[in-house]
Design a binder for this molecule. Sequence first.
Ligand SMILES: Nc1ncnc2c1ncn2[C@@H]1O[C@H](COP(=O)(O)OP(=O)(O)OP(=O)(O)O)[C@@H](O)[C@H]1O
Ligand code: SF4
Ligand SMILES: [Mg+2]
Length: 337
Amino acid sequence: MTAEPTTTGGAGAAPLLAVRDLTMAFPGRRGRTGGRGAPVRAVDGISFDLAAGETLGLVGESGCGKSTTGRMLVRLLEPTSGSVTFDGRDITRLSQGALRPLRRHLQMVFQDPHSSLNPRQTVARIISDPLLVQGWSAGDARRRAAELMELVGLIPEHIDRYPHEFSGGQAQRIGIARSLATSPRLIVADEPVSALDVSVQAQIVNLMERLRRELGLAYVFIAHDLSVVKRVSDRVAVMYLGRIVEIGDKKSLYDDPRHPYTRALLSAVPLPDPAAERRRERITLLGDPPSPAAPPPGCTFHPRCPKAQEVCRTERPLLRIADPGATREVACHFPGD
Ligand SMILES: Nc1ncnc2c1ncn2[C@@H]1O[C@H](COP(=O)(O)OP(=O)(O)OP(=O)(O)O)[C@@H](O)[C@H]1O
Ligand code: SF4
Ligand SMILES: [Mg+2]
């Protein structure tokens, strides 16, 4: 069954990105006898829309499928099933040749800036590469690279330096400049600040916000830090074991989380107001997330859920609207109880 998302941000406009039942099942590991274990359903049927210029935050514990989702959105990974429609065009099964003209609109920023930049290439080369692939002349690409350096707060005169000559924050600016080279409409940022010092994180988040406003970019912003996601997102999707368990408008989701997993995640975030911080009750989850190779039946969160009841062990809850304003969808038999 194809889930049609209802909490779209685009207020009736056709979405920039429409994701339907997206699934990635990696082949199971080979055992000692040569046979394969069960496939790992890293992403298990997720659906959402993203409007032009909008930011969707994607959160969840390590291993829940955030990076796999991000990589499928920009076709760095081929999904097992489901579809990704970009600007009205289904890009899920386009050949690499047919995808090439669209690639410029879909870019990615990675977590570790230094390891995602080729240490043997100068900044000029790193930023111009996507342009050269698109057929730009070397001179034009270099000029554009210098402009982009300025746009992201780097000194254009440093264009012939190598990545190791830059700090972590500066290197991430290079990664962002590279992602902007082809004037994309969507950037998937996979933990873009989590490898950086806390003091630098805010600068990069501010930069990304400014670029979004100035260039009209849409972001899928992946992060495990819920305070960062709160700052940058219009809407937030919470993932657990390859599925979206809650998605909706940022403010309503943070003010009144409905899924027990979202509540637990948010209860771990320190509050800026000292009085509220003293009253904060932490919800401790039992155990670790189960393996996506052997997900529990019914609601996959039930072994850890403080609210689990009998039906949760057998029936999978589907994502459905959980508030009168239709700003939120929740996959829980007892949302908000
Ligand atoms: N190439 C692969 N082959 C097999 N399993 C994989 C592969 N890539 C990811 N996985 C598995 O898929 C699941 C989701 O991984 P993914 O990297 O998408 O999670 P994540 O939410 O990004 O985690 P993190 O917060 O640690 O970055 C994990 O169980 C992971 O072990
Ligand atoms: S469906 Fe049941 S187990 Fe799953 S989150 Fe809701 S209450 Fe918890
Ligand atoms: Mg990841």
